[in-house]
Design a binder for this molecule. Structure first.
Ligand code: SF4
Ligand code: SF4
Length: 344
């Protein structure tokens, strides 16, 4: 079996700087919010020098008020850690709990576990006085019942914000398939209330919009779309579509709505695809597949990546997702105060 990343051409692993700057310019023309987010299908900090260059350009374009977010595996050394402390305002580290859980799910390419470095960085960044710091934990189906244990582990490291997700696939275990999401939700509810009792906040993608009514599930469908640039030269709307068509499963290609034209030095957008993304909102869904759904304003069709891999289309629903959201809605109130973390 090829190791993760081996089938990605070297030229497609780090984003072209001119493409990144063009994307920043387009974003600045569309939005007055000075913000940038680093995320990659592999690991953003592996292209650290390019990150620093992009950050410099973003500061030049958006000024000192720039808000920086990083989604990372946390497996980095002193130089990166210091830069993150100095320059990043929102950090989410993907980590799965105590070393035996984390290392089984996230080995390095040489097979060794990564928990020694990752957990040290979690402890370090969780102590940052101004940063919004959180952990994103992935649970295998056999570990759904360990959510409170994992929360407590991260609490012992000083973490206050945790996002939990059931594993949909795994680069380590090819037998992982989409689980019964209601099984995850069943164990999520007591963990959600446990977190509140101990001064933490625990969320999952199934209920991120329970705190207020929304028009669409997340920023992926907001208008104008927030361009998410892939390292191989495409514009995507969603984390689940982090590469262009050369690497992406066919059913996620609806998420790609632009392409870098290196010769013309500009991004070419695909308006029809962009429109189809941006109309994935409660109006369209409510007149279509989500008609009559009592949780429409707090689900809005759900997370594109997770729903599309099951339904096969941006404008279809996944009954597995729906059952879990409706179960959570029976057990977690809507509109009971805004959640304390910004959802990417
Ligand atoms: S739809 Fe889901 S995976 Fe895609 S950007 Fe939004 S939250 Fe992330
Ligand atoms: S629960 Fe299902 S039907 Fe209801 S809004 Fe969400 S995706 Fe649509």
């Amino acid at each position: 079996m090829p190791k993760w990343g081996e089938n990605i051409a070297p030229a497609d692993r780090v984003i072209d700087l001119e493409f990144a700057v063009a994307g920043l310019r387009d974003y600045v023309a569309w939005s007055s919010v000075p913000a940038i987010r680093f995320f990659a299908a592999g690991e953003a900090t592996h292209g650290f020098s390019r990150m620093v260059e992009i950050h410099r350009e973003a500061r030049r374009l958006m000024g000192p008020g720039l808000r920086v977010e990083l989604q990372t595996n946390g497996d980095f050394g002193e130089e990166v850690a210091r830069w993150v402390e100095d320059n990043v305002h929102i950090v989410w580290i993907s980590a799965d709990g105590p070393p035996q859980l984390h290392d089984a799910q996230r080995p390095r390419l040489d097979g060794r576990g990564s928990s020694d470095v990752v957990l040290a960085n979690i402890r370090r960044l969780a102590a940052h006085p101004n940063m919004q710091f959180g952990v994103r934990a992935t649970f295998m189906p056999e570990h759904f019942g360990r959510q409170i244990e994992v929360l407590e582990f991260f609490r012992s490291l000083g973490v206050r914000y945790v996002c939990g997700a059931p594993a949909y696939s795994s680069t380590v275990n090819p037998n992982i398939t989409v689980p019964v999401l209601q099984d995850f939700a069943h164990h999520f509810v007591p963990a959600f209330y446990h977190a509140q009792r101990v001064g933490m906040f625990y969320q999952t993608h199934l209920m991120v919009n329970f705190d207020e009514p929304v028009a669409c599930y997340c920023r992926a469908c907001t208008k104008p779309a927030h361009p998410q640039l892939t390292s191989d030269g495409y514009v995507s709307c969603c984390d689940w579509a982090s590469f262009g068509p050369g690497y992406l499963p066919g059913l996620l290609q609806d998420c790609i709505y632009g392409k870098w034209d290196a010769a013309a030095k500009r991004i070419v957008y695909f308006p029809e695809k962009q429109d189809r993304i941006e109309i994935r909102n409660i109006e369209t869904l409510g007149a279509g597949p989500c008609q009559g759904c009592p949780v429409l304003e707090h689900c809005a069709g759900g997370c594109i990546g997770k729903v599309v891999v099951r339904s096969g289309d941006l404008h279809k629903i996944d009954p597995n997702w729906c059952a879990a959201v409706k179960y959570l809605a029976k057990n977690i109130p809507f509109n009971a105060g805004l959640y304390p973390v910004r959802h990417s």
